[in-house]
Ligand binder design. Sequence first.
Ligand code: FHN
Length: 442
Amino acid sequence: SAQQPKVLQHGAHRVGKRTDVEMATWRGYGMGQFIHWGVYSLFGGELNGNYYNGAAEWIRSWKDMPNGVYDSAYKQFNPSSFDATQWAKMAKQMGVRYVTFTTKHHDGFCLWPSKYTDYTIANSPCKKDIVKQVVDAYTKEGIDVYLYFSIMDWHNPDWRYDLKTKEDSVAFERFKLFTKKQLTELLQQYPQTKGLWFDGTWDNSWKKSGAFTDTLEQYLKTLHPGLIIGSRFRADEFGNRHVDATGVLMGDYEQGWERKIPKTYADVHGNDWDCVMTIPENGWGYQKKWLGHWKTTNEILEMTAQCVSLGGNFVLNFGPKPDGTFRPEEVEIAKEAGEWMKINNAAIYNCEYAGWEKQDWGYYTKKTNENKVYMIVFNVPVSRSLKVKPSKNTLVDKAYLLTAPGKTLSLEKLDYDASFIQLPSAQYKQPFVIVLETKEGG
Ligand code: FHN
């Protein structure tokens, strides 16, 4: 007999995308910024001249880290040059439209003065409420703020990786309450928050708490209507994460695209999604030495275009130094990306998957609710002929460079459904955008 779909109590509560205005705004962001900052930044991946061969924000877990050294390091956290307004202005210039900021990473250190633990910024020499300053400064610049929060908390004695004994369960009950109180506190103290970005939710203890995670998510959303929470938060009653036992996404968008980008639209299964990316190969918190390859601005812009062309947002991570300033490479990337975005953002903001067959020169994006498709060109062939093949029943009416709207580019029809655009002879040193005005037909 045919298999009946499982009836889940704590599975997804919605099939398909959210249709509200908050989520439409999220969908239109195009580009975002991630910031990892905390006690780990003090180490910068180094301990007594040795470099940690892992992501710098994980250094507390390094076998060479002597007991207690990390957990008392916050007493040195004193970012004398931290200026949230400067951060927000740099982000604004770069052209990002949302930021995700680490309120608490796996080490458990809180960058806001939480009432529920002493392990906070209030007890460091810094004393400032960093989260408040970031939220206020970015909001003032018109950049939406999302709060990163790690459920896994290495500092809290009640945290458990698994629930094997009665004692584990008792401790974890306390931990769940602590988590609920901290999240409530964050939403109440920083009401401008648009969403919560959860992490550290992969352990058995959390996966065995499906009912709790579901109830908590609903509670947070009641507390803060419109709140956006991705698929990393909860589990269903069988311990499935991201996608429930019936195959439906749990959460407002797919949060699994970390340091990887889907190749085709089929890969995103009709969900909203964003990709979070590091500039060096791996590592989110400040690393004194960037070993290996780190991405150029053009690589970053290409990733942005690729994400938007497949209906997602691209989020670039920054790891500020312990003094609160950004390393020069990050400042440079933000500046260069911003210069490009200033000219070309029409092809990134409020754009979506165009549904046209991808071509080798780059990426198509489509302006939501408009008859405009953009070609973001990264590779100009020696022939300077760019093939354009619209989706079925769409015709290209007019083509022009985004920077020269008055000069129409000629379209040479190839067959019933494709054309060549001949580019003017010039040196193409930067990625650029061609606008296609479209109409129904064909
Ligand atoms: O372990 C963390 C890591 O340190 C970093 O915060 C990233 C960001 O997406 N999330 C976790 C790994 O998935």
